[in-house]
Ligand binder design. Structure first.
Ligand SMILES: [Zn+2]
Length: 254
């Protein structure tokens, strides 16, 4: 099973541009698409944590990258993630870049992210995207794990600062190209975002102030997230269900 997380992906950009996003189009044709209307707040660290722990924000207690002035580490979050559980059962798992902490979390993968996983400049963001895709291709083609999870923060980074500008679609096209390079390695695929995106003024939940040291914020998170599945039987209705889909597939009723 291949799980590709795309931080901040929204149907509002994908759907009207499907003629330019051939791999998204192909995956939708071969599988099923839906919208996840988040029942939890669209805070990235918390949603990614729920997605791979199967726990609600109240249960896992993880909300942000920093808590009381300290950077939160994996060890500070008292949960077993799906990769911990599957590995215990002898399933081969690789995880690249789940952004519930900074730098993004790897499991059984040695990898360093551009700018510690928080690139700001477009050139850095593109470099990060390419590096992750190359590493992911290497894992999929050489190591061939039963479960591979990879997450891209590309769109979130671009959309906060550039929402409404042409560079947003450029980045969706680059991500579409990356998608094409990965999905040919596995029949069973989940593509999912942790939240959608929208104009800053229309965002029901603000995750950043309008002015930041990185510049003016133009876009923010929307509670409608993207889901595409191919050859996945489990009904994914909320982020937590990704955990249960993997658990059921590899551990049955345990
Ligand atoms: Zn996010």
């Amino acid at each position: 099973m291949l799980v590709i997380g795309i931080d901040g992906a929204t149907w509002d950009i994908i759907e009207p541009n499907l003629d330019k996003l051939e791999n998204f189009r192909k995956l939708i044709q071969e599988g099923k698409k839906s919208t996840i209307n988040l029942s939890q707040k669209p805070w990235s660290p918390s949603v990614w944590c729920s997605m791979f722990s199967g726990k609600s924000p109240e249960e896992h207690g993880h909300r942000d990258f920093v808590r009381n002035g300290e950077v939160v580490r994996r060890e500070d979050i008292k949960v077993d993630f799906i990769w911990d559980i599957l590995q215990e059962k002898g399933v081969s798992v690789r995880v690249l870049g789940v952004p519930f902490v900074i730098p993004p979390y790897n499991f059984n993968v040695d990898f360093e992210f551009v700018a510690n996983g928080v690139p700001v400049e477009i050139g850095e963001i593109e470099k990060d995207l390419e590096n992750i895709t190359e590493k992911a291709e290497e894992i999929l083609s050489k190591e061939k794990p039963e479960v591979f999870i990879v997450v891209y923060t590309t769109l979130d980074r671009v959309c906060h600062l550039h929402w409404g500008e042409p560079v947003v679609l450029d980045m969706y096209r680059k991500l579409d190209e990356a998608l094409g390079r990965l999905i040919k390695h596995d029949k069973e695929v989940i593509v999912i975002s942790d939240h959608g995106f929208c104009d800053y003024d229309k965002a029901p939940v603000r995750t950043l102030p309008r002015k930041t040291p990185r510049g003016e914020i133009k876009g923010d998170h929307h509670p409608d997230a993207v889901l595409i599945t191919r050859n996945v039987q489990y009904q994914i209705k909320q982020p937590e269900d990704v955990f249960f889909a993997l658990k059921e597939k590899y551990m049955g009723g345990e």
